[in-house]
Every structure is written in C-alpha cells, then in structure tokens.
Design a protein around this ligand. Sequence first.
Ligand code: ATP
Length: 437
Amino acid sequence: MVKISRRFDELGADGASARLGIMGGTFDPIHIGHLTIAEEMRQALGLDAVLFIPTGAPVFKKDQHVTDAHDRVEMVRLAVSGNPHFDVSTIEADREGDTFTVDTLREMREHYPDNVTFYFMVGSDSAATVGKWRGSKELAQLTHLVVAAGRPGSLQEDELCPIIEAAGPFEYHIVHTSILAVSSTMLRDRLVKGDTCRYLIPERVREYIRDHGLYAGDEAIASSCDQSSEIDPLSKEFYKARKAELKTRVSSKRFKHIMGVADTCEQLAEQYGVDPKKARLAGLLHDWDKGMNDEEARQRAIDLGMEDEIDPYILEVMPNVLHGITAAKALGREYPAIPADVLQAIDRHTTAADDMTPLDMVLYVADAIEPGRVFGRIDELRSLVGEVSLEELYFHTYEYWVFLLLERRKPLHPDTIRIWNANVSQLKRYARRNEKQ
Ligand code: ATP
C-alpha cells in the first residue's frame, strides 16, 4: 500500500543517504513557476526526488474558495508525471481538518528512515511568513528549508534571512531560480476571463481544467485552452503555431524526424493526388504524443478516458503504438476544427487498418521513408515513389514493417495479420484491375 508516494515510498530503504525535496502548496492550479523552482532547486541541491504535496484545507486561504483537493491532486499528478524525479503525495489532501506543514513533516519523518534528509521548498513570499507557521521551531528540527529567492513582489534575500533565523534554528538554503512573474491567482483570473494560459500551465493540466469545467464557464475555458480554435487548421498560421508547440513537446531528434515526415507527406500527396495541406498537417501532428515513455503513454490513454475503447492487448503489451491513437483523440478535443480524415490518418499511422484511405497511406509511407530514416531497405521503398501506385507503395511499406518486426522477434498484434491478409487480397484486386486496363 502506498504510504506517502507511489514512486518514492522506498527512498532510503537501502540505508544510503538520500535527499528528499518537499514542495507544498495549494496548486490551484499548478503552473510553470512551481515546476521550474522545484526542478532548479532539485539540481542546485542534488536532491534525489521531489514530492509535490497539495494541501487539504489551507489555513492561510480560509477566506477564499479553493478548488476541490481531488482536482488539485490530479492536476499535479498530470503535471509531474513526465519527470522521473517528481511525484505527488496525497497525505495532506487525504487528511481531515486544517493542513499544517509540521503535521506533514512529522508523518513523513515516521515513514522515512533517518538517512533521508528533508528539504522543504518554498517561494520567497511563503518564506517571509515562516515565523507564523504552527510549530515552526519543531519544523526546523524536521527539515531544511529551501527558499527560491526573488519572487516578484516579495522580500529580497537580505530581508528574508533574519526572518527565517528568528522563526527557528533552520538549516536553510537560498536558491536563485529563474524568476517567473506567475501565480495561481493570476492564472485563475486569466482562466475566468478566457485569456490564454498556454505554456503557463502544462498542456495536460489545461486539458484537465477544460474537461472538468474548472475555474470558469465552458466558453471561457475553451478559449483559454485554445486561442487559435477559430483559426483554419489548414492555414499557415495554425501550422506555424503547432510547429512551435511541437518543439516544446518532443526531442530535437524527434522534431527533425517529424519535419521530414511533414515534407515527405506533402511530396507524396502532390504525387498521388491527395490534398497536400491535409497531408502536411497530418505529418506535422502524427508524433504529437511521442515524447512519452510506456507508462506515460498508458496514463495518457487513461487521462483521455480511452481505457474502454483501446484494445487491452495494446495497453498492456504494445504501449509504444498508443501515441498515434492518443494524439488523434487529444488533438481532436483541443482543436475540434482539424478535419476528421487528418485525425484518422494520425490515429492509424502506427497500426494501419484494413480500409486505409489515400491520406492514411500517405502518412504511413512518409513516416517510413522520410529522409532522416537510414536503416534497412528504405532506399528500395523510396525508389518506388512515382513508379508504383500509392496502394502498392503502402503495401510494400507495410510488408517492410512486418518483416522488421519478425526479424526482431517482436510480438505481432492479431490485427496486424488481419490487415496483412486484407492487403494481400486488395493488392490482387488492383493487379487484376490493372491487367484489364
Ligand atoms: P496563489 O496565487 O493562489 O497564492 P501560488 O502561485 O503562490 O498561489 P501556491 O500553490 O500557493 O501557488 O504556492 C506553492 C509554493 O510555490 C509556495 O511556496 C510559493 O511561494 C511557491 N511559488 C509559486 N509560484 C511561484 C513563482 N512564480 N516563483 C517562485 N515561487 C513560487
């Protein structure tokens, strides 16, 4: 059973000394400021892990409405899941009554062995109030204090030190983190007004806010999630905006591959009479969800509520093919104007299907033959472009991937065999048709 955190309950259990960062907060909602200071402090102090602990009922915020703890926990979970050093703990959210940091630290001290040292992380605005915290002297025995200096509008380092020293015999560290003039208050305000929060709040959290109707009426949330929802998804403007966003989602190597696929999609589309704008967009967006590991890909499917529609075999054994399926779903929700056939091509680009449309085939082939791919028989496939029909080109590409899977002794999904058989009969039909012409 999880006591403090799913990922880090065993920290220090091997007897080796370990440093655990603790980032408490209301996280209403979590934002780029929280994540940035936590990561920079982790690096600065060589912390092994950082636990984000959303408060239950925060004592300092009694006079204001605070979003339900369950939603705040879920938002933090989504925000931290991509960082292996981060996790969320529900120990405060699960506790009845007021939240006091000293109670949390006591509970954690009981759980973790003495070789785990705690580093309680705060912004300079919170550090300025440390003298008012319940049990601050005891707290100083339980944890080091790490302060992110210079939050706009709060005390400077020379003003903070005497305040902390007066509050208790803390071992404290001031860390100069990137200064971000962002706060949850400001973001709630933007959400209510429908101003964009893109990049300030992680994308998956914005999706959660939209899907759960938090902070504002639906209209305002929809526009804060996507200022460009009214832009034509086949316009240059939309393409440029998504391209910029992709850069923040995937590695530079992956980005290069994606751009290779988008170019190749356009060329193939022109060659085979498919809409080049749609093909280019499908190429650009096909690996939208590719920057995730297996566990994150599964979680992504769950977060999107797709558990029941995805084959359990894929979820368990082949999470690597999930990224096309989840990307199509997430993009369709975020940008409802993206044409359904573009989303379908994205959805099918990893698994294919037995009724592939020309657009589906263009993306499927482009993903294999884009200029950055150098392995195997790719040059043979490239030499077929313009020489054979799109259907044949797709069939050869499919054959190539199946061979590769067999050669590498990878499991084959039963649908792969079904699609193979459908391709074989389809190809025979084309051959007969061509003979007749
Ligand atoms: P609110 O505006 O609702 O008070 P907040 O943005 O300050 O929220 P909290 O969840 O209350 O967020 O903050 C958790 C911790 O993160 C606090 O220690 C706070 O000082 C710190 N923090 C939040 N945002 C920043 C920021 N932009 N720069 C530095 N520290 C920050």
